[in-house]
Design a protein around this ligand. Structure first.
Ligand SMILES: [Zn+2]
Length: 369
């Protein structure tokens, strides 16, 4: 999900949750605008249709906050919410393994849309005496057409998200319910299989009906399900392991007084990509390959490493639970974390080494790592 974030434009922050909009979202807006103009609508009507799309996505943001704020209630933070043309993604730092909590967090999203349907629909129905929703794109833009559209859109969002295509909300609900009766890996396997079958159906529908959006959703579901299943298998395999089991004792480190030139020479001659900078044997910062290459272009070669722009990742203890550390590596997008015991550096831990440990010890097959 880090790739999603890096391609996102920050919109606003609420309760510590940053909302991003993915650049591809603007393609959708442009597409709606040009389609409306191409159909002979004037600019005001075309702008109204773009406004309708933005309104739907406002409801999507509210839906995602439904998940995020419920998660916060259970002590789980959300790093960010990213808006894509096919919907929103709330990146929770972790999903609670307690099925009941996961169920409530998942239900909270669609519940927001259902609440909007009721809140808007009841006055609408009392006023008009009907729930026949006018098509806002047909006639001239009116407030009534707009509210009618909003009710319809939230109804669609509610129903759409309940399709049991894991990792969509409906699929997560299915997984939580299965978890009440079986172990998490098996429950995820079943939910993933259902999700993949539906995803293939979405793509088939997209091809036959020319519904491009369903194709995108199908691809997103198919690969999303696969990634989540791997993650659950991984978490299961890591149960009971400590950092001490998986730490790497051979790694690249340099003193803080070493120069950029020395570091780039080492980068070229060695196989390691990221250098841990030490001050009196204690980790000071981690300079990634990208940071080192940028610094090599911008700074004089005799610049000491202590002056290169980089930060120190979270330091972990050899007795720490590998599951939490693995999560930390993935969510923070760190290439490695230093392992420190009683003030001295004893090694580093990275995702590749964890996966290799699992395969070597027969806890995971190569395809799953
Ligand atoms: Zn949702």
């Amino acid at each position: 999900m880090a790739s999603l974030r890096s391609a996102g434009i920050p919109l606003f922050r609420f309760k510590g949750i940053q909302v991003f909009v993915h650049w591809t979202f603007f393609l959708l807006v442009a597409w709606v605008l040009f389609t409306a103009l191409g159909e002979g609508h004037d600019l005001a009507e075309a702008a109204f249709q773009v406004g309708l799309v933005l309104t739907v996505f406002t409801c999507v943001v509210l839906h995602e906050f439904g998940h995020a704020l419920t998660a916060l209630h259970f002590g789980v933070r959300t790093r960010d919410i990213t808006l894509l043309p096919i919907g929103g993604v709330a990146s929770l730092e972790r999903m609670p393994e307690e099925p009941r909590q996961e169920l409530l967090i998942t239900l909270a999203g669609p519940a927001v849309n259902l609440a909007l349907v009721v809140l808007l629909g009841v006055p609408f129905w009392l006023y008009l005496g009907t729930l026949g929703l006018p098509d806002p794109t047909a006639g001239p833009p009116t407030w009534l057409a707009f509210v009618g559209f909003l009710i319809g859109a939230n109804m669609v969002l509610f129903l759409f998200n309940l399709i049991p295509a894991f990792p969509m909300d409906g699929g997560r609900i299915l997984r939580s319910l299965l978890c009440l009766r079986m172990d998490r890996v098996k429950a995820t396997r079943i939910a993933t299989t259902v999700g993949r079958v539906l995803a293939v159906g979405f793509v088939g529908y997209a091809v036959m009906e020319g519904q491009f959006m369903w194709g995108l959703i199908g691809v997103f579901v198919y690969f999303g399900a696969q990634a989540e299943y791997r993650h659950v298998v991984m978490q299961q395999a890591l149960k009971g392991l400590h950092v001490r089991n998986v730490l790497r004792t051979r790694f690249w480190s340099m003193p803080h007084t070493a120069t950029l030139q020395q570091a780039t020479a080492e980068l070229l001659s060695g196989a390691e990509h990221h250098v841990l900078v030490l001050r009196e044997g204690v980790p000071e910062k981690l300079i990634t390959r990208a940071q080192l290459l940028t610094a090599a272009q911008e700074l004089p070669p005799d610049t000491p490493l202590t002056n290169v722009d980089a930060v120190l990742p979270p330091v972990v203890h050899p007795e720490a639970d590998v599951r939490a550390v693995h999560e930390l590596l993935l969510t923070g997008n760190w290439p490695l974390l230093p392992v420190v015991e009683r003030g001295s550096l004893v090694g580093v831990v990275d995702a590749d080494n964890i996966a290799e440990y699992l395969v070597v010890n027969g806890l995971l097959r190569t395809g799953q790592a």
